[in-house]
Ligand binder design. Structure first.
Ligand code: F6R
Length: 616
């Protein structure tokens, strides 16, 4: 939700801290700040509301000199986005500074206790209590030992944290702590780097340390990192992970924005994912660590996810039910977490889908499902993410870093991942023959080329985007699996263009949303060739009869659609209807992008949103 970085070494800290924040900005961008330990032995910082760019401008005149420092980019939870609520936060003495990602759930109680003990608070955040708790233990039981002071402080906290702490009395040292929010550390000849995720560390080291839950670490300017457990015992072999993203993966590489880049990367991402998946025994999905007997015994699947990943879940339900003949329940994680009864069987498999692997709601749901006895299978993008680490098996979609806040390439790659899972289950359960499974796989292999063709047609999306110029709302329609494609299209439009979009099953529209329609009201209707084509055409006619401007998403050459719709986003013919959502997704992503650009918005960093939602 927020991004934190830290550096201690033999270089100036500020350049890395600002670059690191810029690459983590998708985690939050309503305020930012930096704190550096100056050669005179005191902490100096700059913080302000707004983006990292504004912080960088302020830093240009602030003359922050020092070789160790910490920095933060914020997505507000407690306390409005403002200068005073921006991190880093300091203790009363101004000699201890912290940056924090997560939520301190018992902060009100701690704050009252600290105020009663004489501490003075400068912000409205939950995070500031940590600085004062460290101050208390530093002056008390920890007796000037920073690691111990942090350890005691976090032992009084409830909630989640990734924490980096700088202390003017411990020059060169940075102490980190983690609970539920991720933290990775690179040790190099130039010193140690710490970050919320590996995006900021790309190009620094090939292998990074991942702190486990409850662990703490001391980073030194000599490039050593000592890891400790929550009782302060040394951890000899901390968890490490190999970084396979190079620095260029997280740069624009000539594209105008990350959304454009990531939309264009979809064919390549899917090609990569499809490699070596069809072997002599059919679909290879060793990541699903269940025996053939266990797969055969599965009598229910729960798919749990949020947002765009939840839409993948809805499509996964179709794949699994149609191919593997297992009933599937799809739940939004935030809803599942507070349901009174979750009806699992002893053989229920739980599938979590999460690009970041850090979405708090999804992780909480997975823990609940595990508690109910389910095996957990994760489909995720981020290597070594909490979802991957806490699951029994993980399929990495290998889409590369997704920097744009709204998900594009992860959406389609996750759908392909869900298709693998469904085919693997169908194969193990004998609900499809070997030939049928292989045929579906070969159909999946056509997707990258189909998407390549859609990418060439972006001019159609640009033209269609004009229909939204004067709109205050819009409707996205589709039937069957395409009602989910419509929901995803509407979500994309809402989040980056701030234009209301309602998605509805096309046949259901007449039961209510049709009342919204008036002359010029934009409707996007997904109407590819297939078994519900004619029914959807009838729904389009209902819209047109009420003066709506209908943009059809249709199969090449469909005259029925061409003659009635104002614009058509053409998709090439597919060999099987299950491929349609993968292909139409790309048009709807491009359409949303053009509408947002037309309205003058930053498509990569939509307001109020953050990429990695690590709070519930
Ligand atoms: C929408 C979007 C979000 C995420 C959701 C879940 O474009 O990106 O709706 O899909 O926050 O995130 P992950 O997949 O990381 O769990």
């Amino acid at each position: 939700m927020c991004g934190i970085v830290g550096y201690t070494g033999n270089h100036q800290a500020q350049p890395f801290l600002l670059d690191g924040l810029a690459s983590l900005e998708y985690r939050g961008y309503d305020s930012a700040g930096i704190e550096v330990l100056s050669p005179d032995g005191s902490l100096h910082g700059v913080k302000c509301s707004g983006r990292v760019e504004i912080l960088a401008q302020r830093c240009a005149t602030a003359n922050l000199v020092g070789t160790s420092g910490i920095a933060h980019t914020r997505w507000a939870t407690h306390g409005a986005p403002s200068d005073r609520n921006a991190h880093p936060h300091t203790d009363c003495s101004g000699r201890i500074a912290i940056v924090h990602n997560g939520i301190i759930e018992n902060f009100r109680q701690l704050r009252s206790q600290l105020i009663a003990a004489g501490h003075e608070f400068k912000s409205d955040t939950d995070s500031e209590v940590i600085a004062h708790l460290i101050e208390d233990s530093w002056n008390g039981p920890a007796k000037g030992n920073l690691l111990e002071a942090v350890r005691i402080a976090v032992s009084r906290c409830e909630g989640s944290w990734a924490l980096a702490v700088l202390c003017a009395d411990m020059p060169g040292q940075i102490v980190c702590a983690r609970r539920r929010s991720p933290l990775v550390i690179a040790t190099t000849a130039n010193g140690c780097y710490v970050s919320s995720d590996i995006t900021a560390l790309a190009g620094k080291a090939k292998e990074v340390i991942q702190l486990d839950d409850g662990q703490l670490a001391i980073l030194s300017p000599q490039g050593t990192c000592s890891v400790f457990d929550e009782d302060g015992n040394s951890v000899n072999s901390p968890t490490t992970m190999t970084v396979d993203w190079d620095a260029s993966a997280a740069t624009l590489g000539g594209y105008p924005d990350f959304m454009a880049k990531e939309i264009a990367e979809q064919p390549e991402a899917i090609r990569r994912l499809l490699q070596n998946r069809l072997g002599k025994h059919g679909i290879e999905l060793d990541e699903l660590t269940l025996t053939k007997e266990e797969m055969a015994a599965i009598d229910k699947v729960y798919v749990v996810a949020c947002g765009t990943s939840y839409h993948v879940g809805l499509i996964a339900r179709d794949f699994i039910e149609n191919w593997a003949k297992v009933p599937v329940v799809v739940e939004q994680a935030s809803e599942l977490n507070y349901k009174e009864s979750v009806l699992v069987t002893p053989n229920t498999l739980c599938v979590i889908i999460t690009q970041s692997g850090e979405t708090a709601d999804t992780l909480t749901a997975a823990r609940r499902m595990r508690g109910l006895g389910c095996k957990i299978f994760a489909i995720t993008n981020v290597l070594g993410s909490t979802a991957a680490r806490e699951s029994d098996g993980t399929l990495y979609i290998q889409a590369g870093p997704e920097v744009c806040v709204c998900s594009t390439k992860a959406y389609t790659a996750q759908m392909v991942g869900a298709a693998f899972l469904a085919l693997r289950l169908a194969q193990a359960r004998g609900t499809m023959t070997r030939e049928e499974v292989e045929k579906k796989f070969h159909e999946l292999e056509t997707v990258p080329n189909l998407i390549d063709q859609v990418l060439q047609r972006s001019w159609q999306d640009k033209e269609a985007s004009r229909a939204f110029r004067r709109a205050h709302s819009s409707l996205f329609l589709g039937r069957g699996v395409n009602s989910t494609a419509a929901a995803e299209g509407a979500l994309k439009l809402k989040e980056i263009s701030y234009l209301h979009a309602e998605a509805y099953a096309a046949g259901e529209m007449k039961h209510g949303p049709i009342a919204l329609l008036e002359p010029g009201f934009p409707v996007v209707a997904i109407v590819p060739q297939g078994h519900v084509h004619d029914k959807t055409i009838s729904n389009i006619q209902e819209c047109i009869a009420r003066g709506a401007t209908v943009i059809g998403v249709a199969t090449d050459g469909d005259e029925d659609v061409a003659t009635i719709c104002s614009n058509v986003l053409w998709v090439p013919p597919v060999t099987d209807e299950f491929l349609v959502p993968l292909v139409v997704a790309v048009h709807l992503q491009m359409l949303a992008r053009y509408v947002a650009i037309d309205r003058g918005y930053d498509v990569d960093k939509p307001r109020n949103l953050a990429k990695s939602v690590t709070v519930e």
